[in-house]
Design a binder for this molecule. Structure first.
Ligand code: URA
Length: 439
């Protein structure tokens, strides 16, 4: 066996040569043990950023990062499945999809993240529910998955710790937006959940990390090929993020939106994306033979109330109230200032700058300006008028929920500026592409 020389390993990556899987593992293991220095981690990130990595090397990197911490093992009577979204605005799909898939016989151990940039985070949405423990320990997490079929909590220090260090290094070295590094970072965490199948929701548009279809396809291809290469059945949908997906954006408001959805008052676009991704998961997990059969199962658990029951049971099992679904007003205090933002002219909503709406949620205090900021879960927007809505002057564009009058004013201006009204709306397809292995 030859001695591992980190400087030689870094030279190989810098020069576009193929380092071995063994060397990649030694380098990543060294992040935890201290054998790999911070300078070498920074050089690694920059070398990958500039030169890229081949698929086999990204698979090796992903596995090494996954194995830097605990990898869950399950022994359950159904498939273990999850979804990852690259992030958007008003994207509360996970809150619907986890319970839906569990109600159809799957098991969903979902580790979720905080909001990133202008996008919202599932973890922050659940933290709006009083008592809900997003930091539940491993025993409670596993018990909830086993008994109820679904548990959604936050990242623990035990899962993929090498990613935490590499991610912080990337933030400090201008190397965040690298497809190989994004791929390994996302998948190391997801694959440590011990999955049989993974579905990706690659958001594309003005509120997404990937603003055009070409970029979204490149990221989807990389994620799918690497996840499949690491042994997990994976497929994905590229979905539109040129407007908030739900009619609400902001943490408690999005949970309320989900409760209404389970009760039958549904935002059409949110419903379609949630059903399409859930159905994809059922097929991947062998719970349905094809998408048509899967869609029927998904419809059934929505209309029977079974998915809503799973949501309610999961909330209660993780420390939230037993009657959240029946009495949401009891648990979500209203923000002090609730204001309607009105159209200043008539017209059809033809474009929405979703990124600006995500930024306005941050201005309201519903997202973070600094990593350790505490967020105000009460604030945000609801009644957001979607593209295609015909408005008269003074009709409502959206309602603002703010903690102060000055926040309400500033976010109101941002919201108004995010809307374009004109004679008619363009076509606005929702599911832009299905992506599988080899696409
Ligand atoms: N999300 C992650 O977890 N990692 C990245 O690199 C980008 C988004």
């Amino acid at each position: 066996m030859t001695t591992f020389l980190p400087q030689e390993f870094l030279r190989e990556i810098r020069d576009g040569e193929k380092p071995s899987a063994t060397d990649i593992k030694i380098f990543i293991d060294g992040i935890g043990s201290g054998d790999t220095s911070p300078a070498q981690i920074g050089a690694f990130a920059m070398a990958v950023y500039k030169t890229g990595l081949g698929k086999d090397e990204i698979v090796a990197l992903t596995k090494a990062m996954r194995d830097s911490g605990d990898v869950m093992q399950w022994d359950l009577p159904g498939p273990v499945l999850d979804k990852h979204s690259t992030g958007g605005v008003g994207d509360n799909v996970s809150l619907l999809l986890g319970p839906v898939v569990a109600a159809c016989g799957g098991y969903v151990p979902m580790i979720s993240g905080q909001g990133l940039g202008h996008t919202g985070g599932t973890l922050d949405k659940f933290s709006a529910i009083p008592g809900y423990d997003v930091n539940a320990d491993n025993d409670l997490f596993r018990k909830t998955v086993k008994d109820i079929g679904c548990a959604i909590i936050g990242q623990t220090a035990a899962l993929a710790p090498a990613d935490k260090v590499l991610y912080a290094t990337r933030s400090a070295t201008a190397t965040v937006d690298s497809v190989p590094l994004i791929t390994a970072s996302i998948l190391a965490k997801k694959l440590s959940e011990g999955l049989d199948g993974l579905v990706l929701d690659i958001k594309c548009g003005n509120g997404a990390m990937m603003t055009d279809l070409g970029q979204a396809k490149t990221l989807a291809r990389s994620l799918i090929n690497v996840a499949c290469g690491a042994g997990v059945k994976t497929s994905g949908l590229i979905t539109d993020m040129n407007q908030p997906l739900a009619s609400a954006a902001g943490n408690a408001l999005e949970v309320r939106n989900v409760i209404e959805h389970f009760r039958g008052k549904r935002d059409a676009r949110l419903h379609e994306v949630s059903c399409a991704l859930s159905a994809e998961m059922l097929v991947l997990g062998g719970l349905a033979d094809n998408i048509e059969e899967a869609r029927k199962k998904v419809d059934t658990v929505f209309t029977s109330g079974k998915a809503a029951e799973v949501f309610a049971s999961m909330v209660a099992a993780l420390g939230g109230p037993n009657d959240l679904m029946e009495s949401p007003d009891k648990y979500f205090p209203a923000a002090p200032f609730v204001t309607e933002i009105k159209a200043t002219k008539s017209g059809v909503v033809s474009a929405i700058d979703s990124r600006a709406i995500g930024m306005a949620v941050i201005v309201l205090g519903g997202g973070r300006k600094r990593p350790d900021d505490k967020i105000d879960t009460r604030v945000g927007f609801d009644q957001i008028a979607p593209i295609g809505t015909a408005l008269e002057k003074n009709d409502v564009l959206a309602r603002i929920h703010a903690s102060t009058n000055s926040h309400a004013k500033e976010a109101g201006e941002m919201l108004r500026g995010a809307y374009t009204l004109s004679g008619r709306a363009p076509e606005n397809p929702l599911i832009l592409k299905h992506m599988g292995m080899g696409d």
